[in-house]
Design a protein around this ligand. Structure first.
Ligand SMILES: Nc1ccn([C@@H]2O[C@H](COP(=O)(O)OP(=O)(O)OP(=O)(O)O)[C@@H](O)[C@H]2O)c(=O)n1
Ligand SMILES: C[C@](O)(CO)[C@H](O)COP(=O)(O)O
Length: 230
C-alpha cells in the first residue's frame, strides 16, 4: 500500500533547550531531521513527504533537502502554534493518497520494518499507532499526593508514526477544531469521535528527542550500532 507521510518539524524545542530547533542538532554529523527523512525517502511504499516547518526556517530546510538529495519531499508547509495545527496544515497538502502517516521529525530511529508493521495493521483497521508497553509503575497524582496506581498492563507509551485513512483523519481534525479540542497526538482526535485506533508493537529505540538526556541515549544508539536501518 502506498502512502504519503506528514513530518511535523515546526516546533521550537523548548524542552531541549539547545537554543535552536532540535531538528538541526547533529547526530553523527547529520541533522536529526535528515536521519528521519532518509528513512521515508528510502521506503519503497512512500510516495511523498510533506514536511511541516517554521516559515523562518524555510531556507535552512530547503538547503538540507537539496544537500541530501531528498527527492520525495513534495511540499514544505507552514506549521502552526501547536503540533496539532502543524499536522492539520500538512494534511491539507496530501494529494492522491488513500492513507497518510504522521511521524515526528524528532523521532530519528524509526525503521522500515516498524513502518511495514504499522501499514499492515492500518490496511486492516483504518487507523493504527506504534506504541510500547510502559516499564515503570504509573500513578495518578494530585497536589503531590498519590491518588491511585494505574494497572500497568493497560498503559502503553504512544509513538509515531501513526497511520490513518486520509478521509477519517481530516474529519477528526476538523471536528477537533470545531470542538476546541487540543490533543498531544493525532490518534486521540479519532478516539474522541469514537473511531477505533489499533496499537502496533513499536520499539523502545524509537524515542522522541525531547530533553537533553535523550541526546545521550541517541548518541549511544548510534555509537553502539545497535540501531540498524533496515
Ligand atoms: N507547533 C509545533 C510543535 C511541534 N511540532 C513538531 O512535532 C514534533 C513533536 O513535538 P515536540 O517534541 O513537542 O517538539 P517541540 O515542540 O519542538 O518541543 P517543545 O515542546 O519542547 O518546544 C516535533 O517534531 C516538532 O517539531 C510542530 O511541527 N509544530
Ligand atoms: C505524538 C507523540 O510523539 C506521541 O508520543 C507525542 O504525543 C507528542 O507530544 P509532545 O507534547 O509534542 O511532545
Amino acid at each position: 500500500m502506498n502512502y504519503q507521510v506528514i513530518v511535523p518539524a515546526a516546533g521550537s524545542g523548548k524542552r531541549m533547550g539547545a537554543g535552536m530547533n532540535k531538528q538541526f542538532i547533529e547526530l553523527n554529523e547529520i541533522p536529526v531531521i535528515i536521519h528521519t527523512l532518509k528513512v521515508f525517502e528510502s521506503h519503497q511504499l512512500c510516495t511523498g513527504i510533506i514536511l511541516v516547518i517554521n516559515e523562518q526556517e524555510r531556507e535552512i530546510f530547503n538547503g538540507l533537502i537539496t544537500a541530501y538529495q531528498l527527492s520525495k519531499v513534495v511540499a514544505l508547509v507552514s506549521g502552526g502554534v501547536e503540533r496539532q495545527m502543524s499536522v492539520y496544515n500538512g494534511l491539507l497538502a496530501v494529494k492522491g493518497s488513500e492513507y497518510v502517516l504522521v511521524h515526528d521529525g524528532a523521532r530519528p530511529f524509526i525503521t522500515h520494518s516498524q513502518i511495514n508493521n504499522l501499514l499492515n495493521e492500518a490496511i486492516i483497521s483504518g487507523a493504527a499507532t506504534l506504541a510500547v508497553p510502559v516499564k515503570d509503575t504509573i500513578k495518578r497524582v494530585k497536589n503531590n499526593q498519590v491518588v491511585d496506581t494505574i494497572e500497568r498492563e493497560s498503559v502503553w507509551s504512544i509513538q509515531t508514526p501513526q497511520a490513518f485513512l486520509i478521509s477519517n483523519i481530516i474529519q477528526a481534525h476538523k471536528l477537533a477544531i470545531e470542538g476546541n479540542y487540543l490533543g498531544t497526538d493525532d490518534a486521540s482526535l479519532l478516539e474522541r469521535i469514537g473511531k477505533p485506533v489499533k496499537i502496533v508493537m513499536g520499539d523502545y529505540r524509537n524515542i522522541k528527542l525531547t530533553t537533553p538526556e535523550d541526546l545521550l541515549v541517541a548518541k549511544a544508539f548510534i555509537e553502539s550500532a545497535s540501531f540498524q536501518e533496515d
